[in-house]
Design a protein around this ligand. Structure first.
Ligand SMILES: Nc1nc2c(ncn2[C@@H]2O[C@H](COP(=O)(O)OP(=O)(O)OP(=O)(O)O)[C@@H](O)[C@H]2O)c(=O)[nH]1
Ligand SMILES: [Mg+2]
Length: 224
């Protein structure tokens, strides 16, 4: 797939076809999301350089479980993250440093403190809990209002817990979260499960691919 240009909506390629992508730059818009607009550019990625990603989500969404699924290739029982956890994993020729931030309401205001050096954002949603859709929409917007340095960075939404019967699909979540209004460079919603491992590698491949080719993007294609 190409860079962050093209059709308003492209089907992704995760397992069970449970993903959807939006590439900014095709709408010619300039509004939505707020957030000032004076933010610095995200660190451009140089080949061989370590990638740094933020891993966010409401408490209990499943962020840390995804992190250790990636690190250990198995499902492990986690404890709630108090503050932040840093883990590095090897991804092909790349090294990725994850900043996994706790998601309780006390910790969410701290998320925007982690902007410097970050090249991509992963936001984890418990797709099986429909009661949290409003809170997820609100917290995503609040985060991006403050995190102006990340408006140039790709956003991966992990719609996790797809192993549970009533989990929302990625298309449903894309609509419900109002992702069109989020001032990120481009986004992708990937259905996944940290229990089965489904969809996680595809999601990481997407964000790493976007970061790799993001360095040459013309500023005019980016919303400020
Ligand atoms: N069924 C199911 N349960 C999951 C999945 N991923 C995580 N869980 C469970 O969800 C709960 C919360 O997981 P965590 O990874 O600790 O959540 P977190 O987002 O890191 O939460 P905080 O650290 O509090 O911000 C745990 O009981 C996990 O076992 C999944 O894919 N499927
Ligand atoms: Mg955690």
């Amino acid at each position: 797939m190409g860079a962050c240009f093209g059709k308003p909506s492209e089907a992704g390629t995760s397992a069970r076809d449970a993903s959807s992508t939006r590439r900014r730059g095709s709408r010619g818009d300039g509004g939505g999301g707020g957030g000032g607009g004076g933010g610095g550019r995200t660190n451009a990625h140089r080949p061989g350089q370590r990638i740094e990603l933020l891993l966010l989500g409401l408490d209990g969404a499943g962020a840390t479980t995804i992190l250790y699924r990636l690190k250990l290739q198995k499902f492990i029982i986690t404890v709630p993250t108090l503050g932040s956890v840093e883990e590095t994993i090897r991804w092909g020729s790349e090294e990725i440093l994850f900043h996994d931030l706790g998601g309780t309401d006390k910790l969410r205001p701290l998320w925007p403190m982690y902007q410097d050096g970050i090249q991509g954002v992963i936001y984890v949603v418990d797709a099986a809990d429909r009661r949290l859709v409003d809170a997820n929409r609100r917290e995503l917007r609040r985060f991006y209002r403050a995190a102006v340095k990340l408006h140039d960075a790709p956003l991966l939404i992990f719609a996790t817990k797809q192993d549970l019967s009533d989990a929302m699909t990625s298309e449903e979540l894309q609509r419900e979260l109002g992702l069109e209004e989020i001032p990120c460079r481009c986004y992708h919603v990937a259905g996944c499960s940290a229990v089965t491992g489904e969809g996680i590698h595809e999601g990481i491949d997407w964000i790493v691919g976007e970061i790799r080719r993001g360095g040459s993007r013309a500023a005019s294609t980016l919303r400020k």
